[in-house]
Structure formats: C-alpha cells, structure tokens
Design a protein around this ligand. Structure first.
Ligand code: PLP
Length: 399
C-alpha cells in the first residue's frame, strides 16, 4: 500500500497543465503559429542582462568547489543580509537577516511556512479566486482550507466576509497581491481594514492570526504601486520568489521573511528552519543564492508585459468581453459569457484559443488568460477573439 493521497495528486494534473498539454498536441498537429495558448504563467520576457552577467562572473572567478558547495540550511548570511537591506531600503521597514530563509521559490516558501505554523485542528483562510496549489499545500499539512470569496466586481478582499470566517481555529490567511488569477492589486485601504479586523479577532481568541503573504508578482504592477503587506499588517510572513520578477521560474530561488512585527517571530523562524529540514528544503540553489545580492531590485522588462496588457485589453474591449481590470501580474480574469465556463473554453478551442476555466481557482464563471506570451501571438489571435465574440453575439466598443 502506498499513500493514496499522494497517488491521487500525482496522477491527476491541474486544469492549467491539461490545457497546456492540449496546446502542445494541437501545435504539433496544425503548427505553432496557429494555436493561441494563453494557459501558462511562464514568463516570456528574458531575465535582466545582469542575471547572466553575474552568473558568468561567478562561474569564471569563483573557486569551483566553493561555488557549488552547501550553504547553511537557511542560506548564506551575506545573501540574507543583502535581502534584508534591500527590503529595508525599498519599503522603509526594519527586517533582520536572522529571520530570512532562502528557498526554492514561492511554492517552497509557502509549504515551509505552512508546515511551520500549522497544528492539529487549525484552519487557513484563502481568498477566492486563488492559486489552485494553495489547496494542495494546506491540505498536506492537515489544516482545513476555508474559502472566502473576494468582491466579485473588484476582486479586492471582502473584509466583512473574512471577519465572519475567522474562528478560534484560524491560524492564518494567505494573501496574494498582485493576484493570480485576477491581476488585482490589494489596496492599502483594504489591507488596513483587514489589519484592524485581524487585531480584533486576535484579542477575541487570544492568539495571533498570521498573514502568509504570497508575493511572486510584487514588482509586476502597471499604473499603481503594490503596498508592502508587512508594513500594514503586523503578523505578516512574506513568501517571495524571483521566478516572475527575474523570469527564472526553472531555477527555483526565493525567500521567506518573518517580518519584524510578527508575534513570536524568532520561534516562527526556528520552526521554519525545522520545517525546511523536515521537508528537505535546506540550502537553496547556491549559484542562484550567490547571484541575488547583485540583482536585487532588477526586473525583467515590465514595459513588455504592459504592452501585452494594453493590446489584449483593446481586443477584449472591441469584442465586448467583460473582465476584471488587470492592475498587476500578467493575468486577465474574463467573465464567461455563458454560465458554464467549461463550455466557453470548449467553444474557444474551436478557434484555437486556449483559456483556463476558473473552477479550480475557487470561483466558477470566469476564465483566466496569461498574457506573458509574445505580442505577435496576441496580435495574431485578434480574429479568433472576434469570431468567439460573434458566437455569443457580444458587441464591443472601438477605442
Ligand atoms: N504563488 C502564485 C500566486 C503563483 O502564481 C505561483 C506560480 O505561478 C507560485 C506561487 C509558485 O511560484 P514559484 O515558481 O516561485 O514556486
């Protein structure tokens, strides 16, 4: 007998992967340029030049055994110091390197943090729509997932609904802003409201309620700015990744910061070291750790994503599709013109448009598109979008 839970996880793929695999098959059948694959959040903009320059320099100039050797479990001290200084300079906070843990990207940051926090009987709140892996990560710790819907027009957190969902078992809440899948950026005002509700509830239940702030898109914002959650909500643990900001998703590098004002923060950091050890997530990839101090603050070209965002918005507007205004990350959440988003995705496939239905994001009735694709593909897909809109008799506005 083997673990049935893991067997099931390993055999059924996510809806995003399902659509992506279908796209690969379809491209082989009819040609790459005939399929408009909007399924995957895989950055298509190259990393900043500094990334490869630094890597080359490290490879050419370092002692090879030292270059590829183990670091300590939480990472190199100089790297953690550089991350803390960067956060302090950028967000005017006072983080300490002694509470920074280097990880293999956001997925590891989240799983380590959840494993460090969760005790038997705990509940973790997620805000729908949410990144589907949250459910996998939380359930694996034994905690119960409690879904709370965001405001369906703005996709900002519904603070009154969160307040209602909190009880004595609530250990934490995962926030993700800029958001996958909606592109919403949570406003300072909403975060401040949430902060006061959390403080009230902490008093009522006599224990902290931690905000696990999943921040892989922190720098990907277009016309606004992204409030730094830890500055507004005291019991925050930031889970960061360089996957998206530096277009390095395959290299697996990120960090956890147990923020300055986090209650019991030193013990939480020790529990994070323990969870990292138990999960085998020690000593994040060292070559990439060593690169980090040189590239902090650099990003792949956000202008390119913005160009895509404007292009796809224009097409959707002209076709008459309704969507949540995308302020950050590289996703647009489109309202399905029929009640069942699965049917809409199937219809879209007839025009070679590959969209992801929103059911697995905990919010039926929408589809997600990822616009981290080539601008050329977006332009070529315009006719397909128009034909899809005609099927639903949508009328748009020319701008
Ligand atoms: N969290 C969100 C919201 C994401 O969209 C992703 C990846 O797409 C992750 C976490 C995982 O990121 P990483 O590749 O850094 O593990």
């Amino acid at each position: 007998m083997i673990s049935q839970k893991n067997l099931e996880l390993g055999t059924k793929s996510s809806v995003i992967r399902e659509v992506f695999e279908y796209g690969l098959k379809r491209k082989a059948e009819i040609g790459e340029d005939k399929v408009f694959d909007y399924s995957l959040g895989n950055p298509n903009i190259p990393s900043p030049k500094k990334v490869n320059e630094t890597l080359k320099k490290l490879i050419q100039e370092s002692d090879p055994t030292e270059l590829h050797g183990y670091s300590s479990g939480p990472g190199y001290v100089n790297v953690r110091k550089a991350v803390a200084s960067y956060l302090n300079e950028t967000y005017a906070v006072n983080e300490s390197y002694s509470r920074i843990y280097m990880t293999c990207g956001a997925a590891a940051s989240l799983t380590i943090t959840l494993n460090a926090l969760v005790c038997e009987g705990d509940e973790i709140i997620v805000l729908a729509p949410y990144f589907p892996e949250y459910k996998v990560f939380i359930e694996h710790t034994g905690a119960k997932v409690v879904e709370v819907m965001c405001d369906k027009e703005t996709m900002q957190p519904d603070v009154a609904a969160i307040c209602q969902a909190i009880n004595e078992h609530t250990k934490g809440i995962i926030l993700n802003s800029p958001n996958n899948p909606t592109g919403a950026v949570y406003s300072s005002m909403v975060l401040a409201e949430l902060s006061s509700v959390l403080s009230e509830k902490e008093l009522q239940y006599s224990h902290p309620i931690y905000v696990i702030s999943d921040e892989p898109y922190r720098e990907l914002v277009y016309e606004s700015s992204v409030p730094y959650t830890a500055k507004i909500i005291k019991n925050t643990i930031s889970c960061y990744s360089f996957s998206k900001s530096l277009s390095l998703p395959g290299e697996r590098i990120g960090y956890i910061c147990v923020c300055e004002r986090c209650e019991d923060g030193d013990n939480i950091f020790s529990a994070i070291c323990g969870a990292g050890r138990a999960l085998g997530y020690v000593c994040a990839p060292v070559l990439f750790q060593k690169m980090i101090p040189e590239v902090l603050g650099a990003t792949s070209s956000i202008d390119e994503y913005d160009k895509n965002r404007r292009e796809i918005k224009r097409i959707l507007d002209e076709c008459g599709f309704k969507y949540i205004e995308p302020e950050g990350a590289f996703y647009i959440f489109i309202k399905s013109p029929t009640e069942n988003a699965r049917d809409f995705c199937e219809e879209a496939k007839n025009f070679e448009l590959l969209l992801v239905r929103s059911d697995e994001f905990g919010c039926p009735g929408f589809v997600r598109i990822a616009y981290c694709v080539s601008n050329k593909m977006i332009k070529s897909s315009e006719e397909a979008w128009k034909k899809l809109a005609e099927k639903y008799r949508l009328t748009g506005e020319r701008k």
